[in-house]
Design a protein around this ligand. Structure first.
Ligand SMILES: [Mg+2]
Length: 424
């Protein structure tokens, strides 16, 4: 049976570095790498790649190749937000999406009304216009072929491969560039004179079965246009708990400062909770003392919630129970547990109260502003009790966290109308 040309693969171009360039237009057109915190390059922009600078290279080697190289610490929070946005754009074109990695997805498209060419172009345009970065798209009969296609004219391009043109593509594809064919299989095949993917699909099936393990055999089918790797839709990630913590130096006995630290952790945990559309049934706080001893406690949250308004008073309650005057603390950890993932969500009879909707709307707005302006641009007033952090190599932070407007304090905040929300 011949499959339809409906399997799409999208792969962001130089993803981490492109996100940095999208967030900071001054970096566009420049050689940019991420991974400053580890001393090893995690990702390189295409401008850096052109200078033979790539992933895994030591920073000092890269600087030797390009003295003006821009080296940034990784900002995984920003990358995961952009990742989600790419996938959400893709979902506007088709509900059948498999998130394969942070910057790659497979999807099955409906070509009844638009051609694969038109759909691929529309997806690329939407990503470019809305996110300021580029993706490459491949469309073909199977995942393995679609993956070859997205790589074919990288960056910022698309390749559509229909059944009749498969041999042309496979002829120019070295066997070790086929998804799923590793070094061991390549060595076995090369020994038999199989060098290109076209040579490979010309082999007898029985011979392939004898020579390679099951995945290699599946790749043989896939390259011939027969779907063996299905779309694994909705690998909805669910979490058991989420924890955010921070160690501060020097240690402190100031209750306002330590509560601000805990609140900061709670807000980060809640932003993650909402990003993954979970709700929690437990909040926990742990205060670690200077001598590494710690005190912790947890409270149940009923009904389940994802809102700052519901959880901040619980955090205060935990803090008041744990904090001891005169004790010196070095870190706080906040965890959210008893999580409920979105697909298990029970309809809530009280979901429609006006106050609750207002709180959800506020949280959503704050998350949105924070995504837009970075870090925790908008945060609780109590967080102004946080002090300047002493700088530490390990604390290397994305530059956007530190961008301040003239006259602004260390903690960047945006004036939004204060809403007074009642309890309950
Ligand atoms: Mg990529």
């Amino acid at each position: 049976m011949t499959e339809q040309c409906t399997m799409l693969h999208v792969d962001a171009d130089g993803f981490f570095a492109s996100v940095e360039q999208s967030l900071n237009p001054a970096l566009r057109g420049r050689a940019v790498v991420t991974g400053a915190e580890r001393g090893i390059i995690a990702a390189a922009s295409y401008e850096a790649k052109a200078l033979k600078i790539g992933r895994g290279m030591q920073l000092h080697e890269a600087r030797a190749l390009c003295p003006s190289l821009v080296v940034l610490p990784s900002d995984y929070e920003a990358y995961s937000i952009y990742s989600r946005r790419i996938f959400n754009i893709l979902r506007r074109f088709t509900p059948c999406v498999e998130e394969y990695s942070i910057d790659e997805a497979f999807a099955i498209i409906d070509t009844a009304r638009s051609s694969p060419e038109e759909l691929a172009a529309a997806i690329r345009q939407a990503v470019r216009e809305e996110l300021g970065l580029t993706v490459s798209v491949g469309v073909s009969l199977t995942k393995t072929l679609a993956k070859l296609c997205s790589k074919f004219r990288k960056p910022d391009n698309q390749t559509i491969l229909r059944h009749e043109h498969i041999p042309v593509m496979l002829k120019r594809t070295p066997i070790d560039k086929v998804w799923g064919i590793g070094a061991a299989s390549t060595a076995k095949l090369t020994r038999l004179g199989v060098h290109s993917a076209l040579d490979f699909i010309g082999m007898e099936e029985s011979q392939v079965r004898k020579l390679l393990h099951k995945p290699g055999h599946e790749s043989w089918h896939e390259l011939r246009g027969a779907r063996r790797f299905r779309l694994e839709q909705n690998p909805q990630r669910s979490y058991d708990s989420m924890m955010k913590g921070h160690t501060f130096a020097p240690p402190s006995g100031d209750p306002d400062f330590i509560f601000a630290e805990a609140l900061n952790n709670l807000e980060r945990a809640l932003a993650k909770l909402r990003r993954h559309q979970h709700r929690c049934g437990e909040i926990g706080l742990s205060l670690r003392l200077k001598d590494y001893d710690h005190r912790s406690a947890a409270l149940r949250i009923a009904p389940l919630s994802d809102s700052n308004a519901a959880l901040v008073p619980r955090l205060r309650q935990l803090f008041n129970a744990l904090f001891e005057d005169g004790a010196i603390y070095r870190s706080t950890n906040v965890w959210l547990a008893e999580l409920e993932p979105p697909h298990l969500r029970q309809p809530d009879l009280f979901d429609n109260s006006v106050a609750k909707q207002a709180r959800q709307e506020l949280d959503r707005k704050v998350d949105q502003l924070n995504r837009q302006f970075g870090g925790q641009s908008v945060k609780a007033a109590a967080l102004l009790n946080l002090k300047d952090k002493p700088s530490h190599a390990r604390d290397a932070q994305p530059e956007r966290y530190g961008r301040l407007f003239k006259g602004e304090s260390r903690i960047r905040h945006i004036n939004i109308p204060r809403l007074t929300l009642g309890e309950g």
